[in-house]
Design a protein around this ligand. Structure first.
Ligand SMILES: C[S@@+](CC[C@H](N)C(=O)[O-])C[C@H]1O[C@@H](n2cnc3c(N)ncnc32)[C@H](O)[C@@H]1O
Length: 139
């Protein structure tokens, strides 16, 4: 689902390039189109940072998922490091304007558990960083 027409057109183009059938729908996560208990999996990738009403959206995810279903998510979140969090908080107002409503400081894991989900750890081991080659002195 993608509410923004320009991004939806990009998603539709990407959907045409994959080998499985993909339907891109207009609409918002706060009102998912599926029936109760109809979905095996809901995927949220870099979207819970932006949607206006996270509790309503997660409640919709819980509604459409089968009892054996899964929410799979990949989200940037509020840092647990105090210095980094202060930087996130400082940049957040500007980032929201530039990033069409994207928040830097959301506590998405808490939002997911508050919505009644149980998070299994590790959901997906991952690492993110910047690496310089041996002998590079740039900083
Ligand atoms: C940070 S962008 C990420 C886009 C894409 N997931 C990616 O990883 O490239 C956030 C996305 O959430 C979408 N969005 C904003 N509000 C939404 C809502 N209420 N329901 C569903 N998607 C929403 C935006 O239109 C945008 O495509």
């Amino acid at each position: 689902m993608e509410p923004e027409p320009r991004l939806r057109a990009l998603a539709e183009r990407a959907a045409e390039a994959v080998s499985m059938p993909v339907t891109v729908l207009p609409g918002r996560a706060e009102e998912l189109p599926g029936g109760d208990g109809s979905a095996d999996v809901v995927v949220a990738s870099l979207v819970l940072c932006t949607i206006a009403d996270v509790p309503a959206s997660l409640s919709e995810v819980a509604r459409v998922l089968k009892s054996t279903g899964e929410l799979r998510f990949y989200e940037h979140v509020r840092s647990s490091r105090s210095g980094f969090f202060r930087l996130q908080r400082l940049l957040d107002p500007l980032w929201r304007r530039l990033g069409c409503g994207c928040h830097l400081t959301r506590e998405t894991e808490r939002a997911i558990t508050d919505a009644g989900f149980t998070i299994e750890h590790p959901a997906s081991p991952s690492v993110i960083g910047i690496a310089r080659p041996p002998g590079c002195s740039a900083r």
